[in-house]
Write a protein that binds this ligand. Sequence first.
Ligand code: AMP
Ligand code: MG
Length: 331
Amino acid sequence: MICLGIEGTAHSIGVGIIQDVNKTCTVRSNLIKTYKPEKGGIHPREAANHHANYIADLIYESIKKAHVDFSDIDLVSFSQGPGLGPCLRTAATAARALALSLERPIMGVNHCVAHLEIGRGTIHRCKDPVLLYVSGANTQVIAFAEGKYRVFGETLDIGIGNCLDKFGRFMDMEFPSGPKIEKLAEKGKKYLELPYSIKGMDIAFSGLLTAAEHYVEKKERLEDICYSIQETTFAALTEVTERAIAHTEKNEVLLGGGVASNKRLRDMVKTMAEERGASFFVPKKDVCIDNGAMIAWLGYLMYDSGSRMDIEDTSIDQRFRTDMVDVTWRE
Ligand code: AMP
Ligand code: MG
């Protein structure tokens, strides 16, 4: 089966085409355009306008790049949520228009679950992981348990990427600031105490953000502040992931989301996994960030296992929770 997926939950609009080959995922094309605000954070309407400007060209380009024809597409899927309303609506509208004009079925999918499934679909040894999903808006530890994808821990306030970007904005860095903070942190020498808030299995970052901003006012070295932010937040994320592994007795850890590009985070989680005898996986960069191929792949899994949607079922859901998904494709 060949499926075209449209991703549009936040700052990126992506179109990916996948083909299932004996139930494993072959990515045939995966194109992404990212909206960069001139100043400040993401403005939902501006991001949606950006997506609307690019979506048609992206669909044509992805068809060309995949060496397929529109008539070869068997299924259209799209990110139904969670995300920013105007962005989700733009992607959903494009998906509906495409599915109706091609007279093909449509499938709305959960963005967080797609991050996990693309790991299982593209990494051969990754079968039943605990996912540490670290992106701009989302921070969740997700695993399959008793018939559902369940959230074992998550942020109580802002996502980890958002935390880094907000600190970056305070320092007048370009958006997104994660990569810049990573560079600065490499030159950090001194650890500055920051609040480490884990509540049960959940995490909070906003107190840490305020404390980090105070260190700027106290004229501490920026490299040391960035280093301390990374050490503290990443340690907390690793701790919650470790607890989820212990609780579920799984032996695989998967990273997903934009912050998974960070080498320090990878090293910390990898060390923890190795110490527990668990395998550690990170998908290739183009399927690790927000992308259309992961949406296409999850759409395929759902369709192949018997799920169906009518156009009336394709309304977007900004607060679409990971554990609301009816998992029909796993035992
Ligand atoms: P996503 O929402 O999954 O597209 O991821 C975007 C987020 O990833 C933004 O908040 C970026 O600041 C963050 N990010 C990207 N690269 C890095 C990096 N190398 N280190 C830390 N954060 C990063
Ligand atoms: Mg994401």
